[in-house]
Write a protein that binds this ligand. Structure first.
Ligand SMILES: Cc1cc2nc3c(=O)[nH]c(=O)nc-3n(C[C@H](O)[C@H](O)[C@H](O)COP(=O)(O)OP(=O)(O)OC[C@H]3O[C@@H](n4cnc5c(N)ncnc54)[C@H](O)[C@@H]3O)c2cc1C
Length: 355
């Protein structure tokens, strides 16, 4: 069986981002790489959005960028600007196409469907596949979104809605998220922060239909695309192994309070590329401990007091949007952290420390 210098298990967002980062920086000129990915065809399956607090390699895969957004709870709306850190949406179809085209140019890169097809023992492995069973006891961000096209002009394409809590909460945290691509096209997503131990919140199609028709007052629309997903709001622990680094969601790249992962994956890829020559002895890349600590408390509050969360999110965005965006994108300084913390209901958060 063939051996390779590097193996990437999982050719999804993290695996392909890393392979691309290594390739464009000529790190695979004299090294061989095997990518293990079971899917036969790459089709658009996700819409990745984030505030652009760092440069990344995929500006040409951006479907739309916004400089304004809103957040609302019943009867209150806050309009905010994000010029300093625009919000971008990446079409995964364009991302897969761009990367696969580039990787196929290098004869040192090989694709396999199954890890059993190659010899692993002497390679350095980057793994993005979870070995743990589905966890129903922890919180997840689970969601379903549809891209719709309306007959009439229905959206203001200059402003996206980050969170609309004016909806059924079912003793959980629930909001809608709307990305208007044009006056007639938008992605509308129903999002829950909850455990996954029952199916009671998964009537996504009905939730979306009711929201489109009752809240957005849309009658004539066509569904062009649908995506569904669940992001674990906890760290999955694959066993630590010599000669292996976990990447992507499994590698702890999700910001647990928000589910944002894409830009952390890009930062992780850059870190690995910079250290690739000495990767066996390189310190693990992690989301900073202060965010892990704060997110842990935040998640406890979500679990204990879901009914308080719409107000908490709304209040958080009453700080300057730049500060909140930096905080949510792991890019804030201590002063900015304190500004965010000061907006939180103190007693609820102090009690959560001791649950
Ligand atoms: C629908 C959806 C939308 C999201 N939107 C956002 C967003 O807007 N912003 C954001 O920051 N984050 C978002 N996320 C979170 C995160 O960015 C994505 O989940 C991202 O794809 C994670 O990258 P990954 O490489 O860890 O996992 P994946 O992209 O899922 O890649 C894992 C790959 O492993 C392959 N695989 C599975 N089993 C095996 C096996 N046994 N052997 C080898 N390969 C295998 C899979 O086919 C897949 O290609 C979203 C997640 C989902 C599910």
């Amino acid at each position: 069986m063939r051996e390779f210098d590097y193996i990437i298990i999982g050719g999804g967002c993290a695996g392909l981002s890393l392979a691309y980062e290594l390739e464009i920086h000529n790190k695979l000129k004299n090294k061989t790489l095997a990518i293990i990915e079971p899917r036969e065809d790459y089709v658009r399956d996700k819409t990745w959005s984030f505030w652009k607090v760092h440069p990344h390699n995929f500006d040409d895969c951006v479907k739309k960028t916004w400089n304004n957004f809103s957040i609302n709870i019943p009867k209150k709306t806050n309009f905010l600007e994000c010029q300093d850190y625009p919000y971008q949406t990446i079409d995964s179809g364009l991302f897969y196409k761009k990367i696969n085209k580039k990787l196929k140019e290098n004869k040192n890169i090989f694709f396999f469907n199954n890890l059993n097809d190659i010899k692993v023992q002497n390679s350095f492995v980057f793994n993005s596949v979870s070995l743990s069973k589905n966890n129903t006891q922890n919180l997840w961000q689970h969601f379903c979104g549809v891209e719709i096209r309306t007959q009439n002009n229905s959206f203001d394409e200059k402003i996206f809605n980050l969170m609309d809590f004016d909806c059924d909460q079912r003793e959980s945290v629930h909001f809608f998220y709307t990305l208007p691509y044009s006056k007639k096209e938008a992605l509308v997503e129903t999002t829950w922060l909850s455990k996954m131990n029952d199916n009671s919140k998964k009537d996504y199609d009905k939730q979306i239909r009711d929201y489109l028709e009752e809240n957005l007052k849309l009658k004539n629309y066509e569904i062009k695309y649908r995506e569904k997903g669940a992001i674990p709001l906890f760290f999955q622990s694959n066993k630590n192994q010599k000669n292996r680094i976990d990447i992507g969601t499994v590698g702890g790249m999700t910001r647990l309070s928000t589910g944002y992962t894409f830009l952390n994956i890009q930062q992780h890829s850059k870190y690995i590329r910079k250290n690739i020559e000495n990767i066996k002895n390189t310190k693990k890349f992690k989301i900073s401990k202060k965010y892990q600590f704060l997110d842990k408390i935040f998640l406890k509050v979500i679990e204990k007091h879901p009914e308080k969360m719409p107000d908490i999110f709304f209040k958080m965005f009453q700080t300057s949007p730049k500060t909140v965006i930096k905080f949510l994108s792991n890019n804030s300084n201590v002063l900015e952290d304190l500004k965010i913390v000061s907006k939180m209901p103190k007693w609820t958060f102090i009690k959560a420390l001791f649950y």
